[in-house]
Design a protein around this ligand. Sequence first.
Ligand code: NAI
Length: 329
Amino acid sequence: MKILFYDTKPYDRESFERVASQYENLTVEYLKTDISEKTVSLACGYDAVCLFVASDASAPILRALAECGVRLILLRCAGFNNVDLREADRLGITVMRVPGYSPEAVAEHAMALAFAVNRHIHKAYIKVRENNFALIGLTGMNFHGKIAGIIGTGKIGAAMCRICHGLGMKVIGYDMYKNPSLDFVEYVELDELLAKSDLISLHCPLLESTYHMIDRTAIAKMKDNVILVNTSRGALISTEDLIYGIRQHKFAGVGLDVYEEEQENVFENREDDILESSVTARLLSFPNVIVTSHQGFLTVEALEAISKTTLDNAESFRLGTPIAENIVK
Ligand code: NAI
């Protein structure tokens, strides 16, 4: 089975190369470019294409893939909102994904952001490099003994609960479903979580019901000097309302791995560009805000798990027994 990978970065290729040798009957080739109407024809002669979270798998692209003889789309990510599933089904193209890889990778990044904004590591790093050894402006708080409010206690939220518990924090959670593995977590209503928490971390998916769940009203309910972390999806937070809250001095710190306007920026080096969105520029202008570019998943372990599941998906399809829970319909 021949698979063509689109939109690959060096870390993707390294990770897949390490795993690919275990699959004798899969041949893998990599492209740097993403799939588009111009590049889709490169897939002619391949059985499958491997795409990433923002690749264009709209109906015209799928039709071109089908004409090329591609029968399988391997998503090397959990999300699939970029694929026109109805058209894929009509064309007889199977779509498979990696539903979960390393929840700890994302939770550890969430805590890294919380630590960094709390202890001003981003400022301290620059100051010391400039021979400024003064400590003014670097005061943080102990997390030990404070309250962590975790919104969404699924796989990643649960890992974040365990990290916070390990730090000696009291952990409160909000979710429609209690996670039975978290016997140390007290489940509360959202308003109570917002009002009580010293650290709030978001780990629920972006749905119609969670869109802008952190807006001006929610921010007003939070404690002063709260730390807010988002490693889930940008649109859980209304950025305009967040900026308003930051200007009101509501937050000790804000750590964002995701933000509403990230689509054009994610995984791209845009250092010579003038950015279209002034919202991102405003966010970056605040001294107590740290933004990273959707890198929560980026650990050796997570990449290896993604590579392994993606190639397991390909192999199972090749053998005529595709792994049912990884098929997207
Ligand atoms: P999961 O499905 O295991 O857990 C999500 C939890 O959120 C579930 O327990 C669900 O009941 C809960 N939930 C749903 N609606 C809710 C609501 N309105 N309020 C509170 N809780 C609600 O998902 P997992 O694997 O923990 O991932 C969580 C999110 O992390 C993903 O949706 C994704 O957006 C994000 N993510 C970010 C990555 C990054 O690199 N920054 C990488 C992977 C995922």
